[in-house]
Design a protein around this ligand. Structure first.
Ligand SMILES: Nc1ncnc2c1ncn2[C@@H]1O[C@H](COP(=O)(O)OP(=O)(O)O)[C@@H](O)[C@H]1O
Ligand SMILES: [Mg+2]
Length: 692
């Protein structure tokens, strides 16, 4: 059919090269798009266009866009479907891609390529007549005479017959019925072919059938096959009315006749899937290396599952349970790579100071090395916030070469959080211990029970009591989660607990742990920690290098005593983070050195040397500190001397020494605030005296 009257598609269409799925006129399909040309098509055409016309694109089936933009365009299938993009969803995860929902309009033939980049644009010839859907349907085709009329008559009858075999209460079937009544008959082959179960190859055949007669001829056997299949199924299974619904398995993976879902009318394959599914599950159950008791339970559940119809709610529950059972690391473990000397180095590398704690940890590890089945005490690090309790736990896992999993216990007040819910509950889940094991996938991880002192208590039982069993080396080889309902051996798990205080840890729990006090740090230790760990870490996290930012020791000291009051180093870390952010802005702005102005700086030869290279580290001195972090939060008792130093102009000896490093010069302003003065940056506040 040539494009006669009716609606015209544009004669130039951008082409989407689709690999999977064949879009037929009248159906709607979801396409996932991630190759360069297709991405360009979406971002430059679909997302930029404002007219309705710009949402019309051509979909070329059976063609994969090359992964590289530079690669040659493959030969294109010559017939495609013009479609209208009804929805575009973009996502960056796991890699940038778009999902398009496209409704097919009509066939076209590619008559010539106009360009290949950034996306393919082609000259096209419309093949189908795009009538208004509302034109009266039945008369139009009955007038058709000869073979075509007969074919379309037969086709319509077959479609009605198929409809009669389906359950009208399923929405997709109701929609099918509506379409059958309302669509012009020449649309039926396309629509039916996309609704019944057909392979992509068959759909492609339908697409290639340009003449209507040919199209009817190709689709009719597919339709009859579907009907015969259903008949057979009915006969062999003696279906009950309830089962009939399942014949229509809703598949949302591929999109459907209209935005929403596609239904397939064939169940045979599904039931095969199903059979395969339980078979593979059974294989997994046997392969999971479970202890005997667990295996017995699993096999029993599997037997039940096989007998259950899929529609039963319990099917999903049992399935989930079995999935968890096979996923749990019953006998999977990592090999400890423990070398005490290396461990000492690693611990020292990760954490400064904490001598006592490190010594005890090493003793503990040494004993473990000598006696692998150590039923040792559970270590509990107790100390103020920010002294590195949690991060030492992580380090220990690293030294042992084990998986690490942190269980935050703060605010947990329900014992089923630890032990899971019984499976009889709606929405029952395993507890955190079992969940953690599933996550790490081995049975000998390091579990950090963080903040055990913040465990709550409520009507739902006492989570601390549940932890007792977990932490008791005598009992935890047969820890039973309520959900799992079989014992899991936790004896290989290394538990470490942390707390801020022992006062609120329930005595029974405390009794099972060996408390290691982690005291706060002295000022000197904090300075060391900052320079060895915090600053390098923060620099890295903010994408900065030591060549771009330098924080001298005096400034660190200043941050510690004027901006933070804490036993640990957490807020020190935050302040350093704030400085990094401020500097990152400067660096990202394409920060360059202001030209050295001889009148404002006492220039020495050495100074000139230092000012010469264009990229100098931004040095954080007291004034920069004040500018970034604001006025000090705490005053030193012996502050008078320091204060006067602070108020000196930038040209005094000390600050001049700093300002040689400084790429922007800071100077206190009249109002007592410090502002960053740079000749390039114009200061708008009236009270700032500008130094030139
Ligand atoms: N001795 C230390 N050496 C290096 N970094 C430390 C040290 N103590 C604490 N930190 C750092 O301080 C931050 C806070 O530590 P964290 O373990 O979360 O504290 P806690 O759990 O004790 O409240 C972490 O980034 C950690 O790396
Ligand atoms: Mg912590």
């Amino acid at each position: 059919m040539a494009s006669g009257g009716g609606i015209q598609i544009p004669s130039r269409l951008p082409l989407l090269l689709a690999h999977e799925g064949v879009l037929l006129p009248g159906s709607t399909i979801r396409f996932s798009v991630d190759s360069p040309r297709n991405m360009q098509l979406v971002s430059q055409r679909l997302l930029k266009g404002t007219s309705l016309k710009s949402t019309i694109i051509g979909v070329i089936p059976n063609t994969r866009d090359p992964e590289q933009d530079t690669e040659e365009l493959p030969t294109l299938h010559t017939i495609g479907t013009a479609g209208i993009a009804v929805q575009v969803v973009g996502s960056n995860w796991p890699k940038p891609h778009y999902t398009l929902l496209i409704t097919g309009l009509c066939r076209f033939r590619v008559s010539g390529l106009l360009k290949e980049r950034p996306f393919v644009l082609a000259e096209v010839e419309q093949l189908d007549n795009l009538e208004q859907y509302t034109t009266s349907t039945t008369e139009g085709t009955t007038a058709d005479d000869g073979e075509l009329g007969e074919l379309s008559q037969k086709f319509h009858q077959a479609a009605v017959q198929l409809l009669g075999m389906l359950d009208m209460s399923v929405p997709a079937v109701a929609k099918f019925r509506r379409l059958l009544d309302s669509l012009p008959r020449e649309m039926l082959p396309d629509v039916v072919a996309s609704m019944i179960r057909t392979s992509n190859k068959e759909k492609l055949q339908v697409l290639d059938a340009v003449s209507l007669e040919e199209r009817f001829r190709r689709t009719l056997p597919m339709l009859t096959r579907q009907i015969e299949g259903l008949k057979l199924l009915k006969k062999s299974r003696k279906m009950t009315p309830g089962n009939e619904k399942r014949v229509l398995s809703m598949r949302n993976s591929k999109g459907g006749p209209f935005p929403g879902r596609q239904f397939s009318l064939d169940r045979d394959e599904d039931s095969d899937d199903d059979g395969d599914d339980t078979a593979s599950l059974e294989k997994k159950v046997h392969g999971a290396n479970m202890p005997e008791a667990a295996l017995k339970v699993s096999l029993k559940e599997l037997k039940r599952l096989k007998k259950m119809p899929q529609s039963m709610p319990e099917y999903a529950l049992t399935r989930n349970y079995l999935d968890l059972m096979v996923e749990l690391p019953w006998s999977r473990s990592t090999k400890d790579c423990l070398d005490i000397r290396a461990a000492r180095v690693l611990l020292d590398n990760d954490h400064y100071a904490m001598e006592k704690l490190k010594r005890r940890v090493l003793e503990y590890l040494a004993v473990r090395q000598l006696k692998t089945s150590l039923k040792g005490p559970i270590l509990c690090f107790v100390g103020p916030p920010g002294v590195g309790k949690t991060s030492v736990g992580r380090s220990i896992a690293k030294t042992l070469g084990r998986e690490f999993h942190r269980i935050a216990l703060g605010g947990v007040c329900d014992q089923s959080d630890i032990r899971g819910h019984r499976r009889t509950y709606v929405g029952s889940m395993p507890g955190r211990i079992i969940n953690g094991l599933k996550t790490v996938g081995v049975n000998n991880p390091v579990f950090l029970l963080d903040e055990v002192d913040k465990l709550g208590k409520s009507l739902q039982g006492d989570p601390a009591a549940a932890l007792l069993e977990v932490l008791d080396p005598e009992q935890n080889h047969s820890f039973t989660d309520h959900y799992l309902n079989v014992a899991f051996d936790l004896s290989q798990v290394l538990f470490i607990a942390t707390a801020n205080t022992t006062a609120t840890i329930p005595p029974a729990l405390l009794d099972r742990m060996e408390v290691l006090q982690v005291p706060g740090y002295t000022q000197e230790e904090k300075v060391e920690i900052a320079h060895r760990h915090l600053i390098p870490n923060q620099l890295e996290q903010h994408g900065l290098t030591p060549q771009q930012l330098h924080i001298p020791q005096e400034s660190t000291q200043d941050i510690i005593c004027r901006y933070t009051r804490e036993a640990g180093v957490r807020s020190l870390e935050r302040k350093i983070g704030a400085i990094c952010r401020a500097v990152a802005v400067k660096v990202a702005e394409g920060h360059r050195l202001p030209e050295t102005d001889a009148s404002s700086l006492e220039t020495s030869p050495q100074q000139e040397d230092k000012a010469a290279p264009p990229e100098m580290p931004i040095v954080i001195d007291q004034m920069a500190l004040k500018d970034i972090l604001g006025p000090p939060l705490f005053e030193l008792e012996v502050s008078s001397k320091d204060d006067s130093a602070l108020n000196q102009p930038a040209t005094t000896e000390r600050s001049a020494g700093w300002s040689t490093f400084l790429t922007f010069i800071v100077k206190p302003c009249g109002a007592g605030r410090v502002c960053e003065q740079q000749r390039r940056v114009r200061c708008t506040a009236a009270h700032h005296e500008v130094e030139t």
